[in-house]
Design a protein around this ligand. Structure first.
Ligand SMILES: *Cc1c(COP(=O)(O)O)cnc(C)c1O
Length: 394
């Protein structure tokens, strides 16, 4: 099983690969779904003579199916799955050495910010957080020690869209790796390797899993040497996912294209409605013509995704009332599941970012981030309308 190549990126269309890439009916039983290989170890025919698997931290057939599936969806050759998105991101930093410098988008995921500044600064890695919508600012932050450029697009929570082609140029000129966290867009909407990224990172916990029932991460690359190094750290550090987690994500990726289409449609409708709402100061959604990088988004993405952020024209307390008053939307961190969630970044996902830095990056106290699910749009709209009224006591 492990030595059967996954269908190449040119074989079939995305929706077909989402269902089939990396997966084959079980040769013994004909099982259509990849079994959950709940085995920590594998019998050897002779010492060191095995059939592709020795020990499940190093490799597991359910994990291989997922890794090949994800690689195919990103249009890459190699996939590596991890126990969480953070474990995947951590593995990219394992490639660096003390004294190396990293240029990072200023509104990256809060956990990424924490890992970089509160863990790896102690190991003498240096980080510069910059406005990645401005390629000159990114190029200006590069030093002779820069080895990595870390980008998210769309960003979290302000949904800024970063020009991947421009970032690849900066990275190439700096002789640094370009890593793109593609969690928000997913490969259904955007494939960073096509734009020159070296590594694509994912939290599988979000849209790829898609049902808020599993935590996982992944790295995808086209470069065999890079993949080998990532595989070395994957096995040496050991933050690998168990086969059941891999099975759940594989189940999720089958419906990814259909889900992303509806997430995007619902989000676009909701964003347009919010934009016209008198109590809403500002809406951040790349699909709106008012979005500063709307044209870039239309060029770089196949649709605009399911994440919307907006600013209530009201106080911190009013915003807290808003996020506490919904009935269809659940107040929770995370995103990307079939159900709609909302949260207040200032007090929740971005609480780990120092207040000054958070405000500088535009993450205000009144900001609300919404993960638009697959419920009926009428119910989602009515729910938010009620919560806005409740927040402003109207
Ligand atoms: C959730 C998330 C992560 C971290 O992933 P976990 O699976 O929670 O460890 C990283 N990046 C982005 C953009 C995320 O949304």
């Amino acid at each position: 099983m492990s030595d059967e190549p996954s269908p190449s990126k040119d074989d079939t269309e995305f929706a077909t690969r989402a269902i089939h890439a990396g997966q084959h009916p079980d040769p013994e039983t004909g099982a259509v779904m990849t079994p959950i290989y709940a085995s920590s170890t594998f019998a050897q025919d002779g010492p060191g003579e095995h059939r592709g698997y020795e020990y499940s931290r190093t490799g597991n057939p359910t994990r291989t199916a997922l890794e090949d599936n994800l690689a195919s969806l990103e249009g890459g050759e190699y996939g590596r799955a991890f126990a969480s998105g953070m474990a995947a991101i951590n593995t990219v930093l394992n490639l660096l050495e003390a004294g190396d410098h990293v240029v990072v988008g200023e509104d990256v995921y809060g956990g990424t910010h924490r890992l970089f500044t509160e863990v790896y600064e102690d190991y003498d890695l240096r980080f510069s957080f910059v406005d990645t919508t401005d390629p000159d600012a990114v190029a200006g932050a590069v030093t002779p020690a820069t080895e990595l450029l870390w980008i998210e697009t769309p960003t979290n929570p302000l949904l800024q869209v970063i020009d991947l082609d421009a970032m690849a140029e900066v990275a190439e000129a700096a002789d640094a790796l370009l890593a793109v966290d593609n969690t928000f867009a997913t490969p259904a909407l955007q494939r960073p390797l096509e734009h020159g990224a070296d590594i694509v990172a994912h939290s599988l916990t979000k849209y790829l899993g898609g049902h808020s029932d599993v935590v996982g991460g992944a790295l995808i690359t086209d470069d065999p040497e890079l993949d080998e190094r990532l595989g070395f750290y994957q096995n040496s550090v050991g933050a690998t996912p168990d086969p059941f987690a891999c099975f759940l994500v594989l189940r999720g990726t089958k419906t990814l294209p259909v889900r992303m289409e509806r997430h995007s449609e619902n989000a676009r409708t909701l964003a347009a409605w919010l934009e016209d709402h008198p109590a809403i100061e500002r809406v951040y959604y790349p699909g709106l013509e008012s979005h500063p990088q709307h044209e870039l988004a239309a060029r770089q993405m196949d649709a605009f995704g399911g994440m919307v952020s907006f600013e209530l024209d009201g106080s911190l307390e009013a915003t807290e009332r808003l996020v506490s008053s919904t009935e269809v939307f659940t107040l929770a961190e995370s995103l990307g599941g079939v159900e709609s969630l909302l949260e207040q970044p200032a007090t929740m996902t971005h609480a780990a970012v120092p207040r000054e830095q958070r405000l500088d990056a535009g993450v205000t106290d009144g900001l609300v981030r919404v993960s638009v699910g697959l419920e009926a749009i009428e119910d989602l709209r009515a729910d938010l309308a009620g919560a806005i009224d409740a927040a402003l006591d109207r």
